[in-house]
Design a protein around this ligand. Structure first.
Ligand code: SF4
Length: 357
């Protein structure tokens, strides 16, 4: 996965996208941007679970001006999502926005594009070109007959070339489609044409269940080939859930290795404790830890410690009881009702601090 090193780094506030192995997680608020308190509160919740950059919909001047106050209170760098109206981009920039998502080909006259580009350049603010399979230009659609990966890339390159005309290269590109094969192909094609960092996502992925799977397959396929610098999981629901899913994708690909991981068995006829409840409690507890740690929650002592021998610590169920093991070795036997607390103690011992709650 070395491809990311070759992309041109851009900075969104103090967060680097591109030119590095790490993949940045972002999301978008679902509040009305004009409602400053609600928007800041959602940004704080997103930051708590590991979001690194947040995008806001900027629909009108009042929303563009609200950015000033949101920016003062936000723990995360902000991106303004703007369609068509260059004036909103200029106001957002004056308000201190850290990145703009706008497609230069949709702004209108070249003079308007120039104003936005110059204002971004002055403030070191990058622009994301966001191409979407649902809004490919008519001429490109006509050429290919329907949305295709090639059409998405052609559209993106058209917008990129407008910025390049102005010697503006602080660019991030996204090529989203709700079709996973289409977006995977588009990102690979784009990576072969330009070295701008890529924002990867599956658009309109769906609800928590289907959208998480679709995003994991799509984003995971792109990232596993070394392409992609920042990701957004789009789910119909609370954006906080998007961050949890995004983190799991990065952990699964071992791009994020400084995070705790749970290993839990699927249960089978040998399971004699309430393993599902225990695994869910442990998973919840691990969200409070910000260091690498593998915790195994296994149904039986016959296979449990062996199957999870790479875990730092774990439990293996028995008949109304369980074994605590560390590094694959059994350390003690505990009654089922005390398993969670005892495991918690072991984890606190390893990480060297108390986990409240
Ligand atoms: Fe079954 Fe034990 Fe494997 Fe869990 S660890 S699936 S209980 S054999």
């Amino acid at each position: 996965m070395n491809r990311r090193e070759e992309t041109r780094p851009v900075f969104v506030g103090n967060v680097q996208i591109g030119g590095q192995q790490d993949v940045v997680i972002q999301s978008m608020t679902s509040t009305d941007t004009k409602n400053i308190d609600a928007t800041v509160s959602q940004i704080e919740k997103l930051a708590e679970v590991g979001c690194q950059i947040v995008r806001l919909a900027v629909m009108d001047e009042e929303a563009a001006r609200a950015i000033k106050e949101i920016k003062k209170r936000s723990p995360l760098p902000l991106v303004a999502d703007i369609h068509f109206d260059y004036k909103l981009a200029l106001i957002a920039l004056e308000s201190g926005i850290d990145k703009i998502r706008i497609n230069p080909g949709n702004i209108g006259s070249i003079d308007k594009v120039k104003k936005v580009v110059e204002a971004c350049r002055e403030r070191n603010v990058p622009i994301r070109i966001g191409v979407n399979s649902g809004s490919i230009e008519k001429d490109i659609l006509k050429k290919y007959g329907h949305p295709t990966a090639e059409g998405l890339v052609e559209s993106a390159i058209k917008h990129v070339e407008i910025l390049e005309q102005f010697d503006f290269y602080d660019i991030v590109v996204s090529l989203k489609a709700s079709s996973v094969p289409m977006m995977v192909k588009a990102y690979h094609l784009m990576a072969s044409k330009r070295n701008y960092p890529l924002h990867v996502g599956v658009t309109e992925a769906g609800t928590y269940f289907s959208g998480s799977i679709k995003s994991a397959v799509g984003i995971g396929s792109v990232l596993s080939s070394g392409v992609g610098d920042t990701i957004r999981v789009s789910l119909t629901g609370d954006p906080v859930e998007e961050i949890k899913v995004a983190k799991e994708i990065l952990k699964s690909l071992e791009i994020r290795i400084n995070e705790p991981q749970i290993i839990s068995c699927p249960t089978c006829g040998r399971t004699q404790i309430d393993l599902v409840e225990l695994a869910n409690k442990v998973e919840h507890m691990l969200q409070k830890i910000d260091q690498p740690l593998k915790v195994a929650v296994m149904g039986c002592a016959v296979n449990g410690p062996g199957e999870a021998k790479e875990a730092d610590v774990g439990v293996a169920g028995g008949n109304g009881e369980g074994l605590i093991f560390r590094n694959g070795k059994i350390v003690r036997k505990i009654k089922e009702e005390n398993l969670y607390e005892e495991l918690l103690k072991e984890i606190e011992d390893i990480i060297g601090k108390k986990l409240v709650g």
